[in-house]
Design a protein. Sequence first.
Length: 88
Amino acid sequence: MSQQTQPSMHLTEVRDLAKQFDTNEIAQCMELALQNKQNPCYTTGKLEEVMNVLAKASFVKAQTQLGRSIAEAMRELGKRVRSLQGEV
């Protein structure tokens, strides 16, 4: 599995979590995950993967709370990830 395909594998999960939970709930899930406790949001994979998905979902949810649609928030997330990876 290449690094380029791995992030796209979690887009559905990120979108679903952003729809289902608010930013405070996602933050609580992140805290539980850091404490190696079961969280109700997302538990598939290693801690790094869980935190990655939860952090992205939190970003998307925050964007929707600012008035963006889920699609716009997901595009903004992708744009920022590519920017950080130097793929602008």
